[in-house]
Design a protein around this ligand. Structure first.
Ligand SMILES: [Zn+2]
Length: 90
């Protein structure tokens, strides 16, 4: 029976094949929920869903789309916002 902290489903279970061809069970942190658009709350594309220790090693350019409001608004909301700004209505 695993230790108490490993009996809950707080951590995800990953089966890893060792070099000695044994399969061992490892417990890893769960991935965070996906980033959502600040306006329409749709899930954002192009944003990796990783824990902070992995996100730290990912280049900034790979963490969000390279456009104004990338990683904040979805493409449709950004397009609408830019159009509204160009028309001078905030
Ligand atoms: Zn949106």
């Amino acid at each position: 029976m695993p230790r108490g902290m490993f009996r809950s489903r707080r951590l995800r279970r990953v089966f890893v094949k060792t070099p000695g061809s044994r399969t061992v069970l490892q417990y890893r942190r769960r991935k965070p929920s996906r980033a959502h658009c600040a306006s329409c709350h749709k899930p954002l594309a192009g944003i990796p869903r990783e824990i902070n220790s992995i996100m730290r090693n990912i280049p900034k350019t790979a963490k969000r789309p390279q456009r104004p409001y990338g990683g904040m608004f979805c493409s449709a909301c950004t397009r609408a916002l830019v159009q509204r700004k160009a028309r001078g209505a905030a």
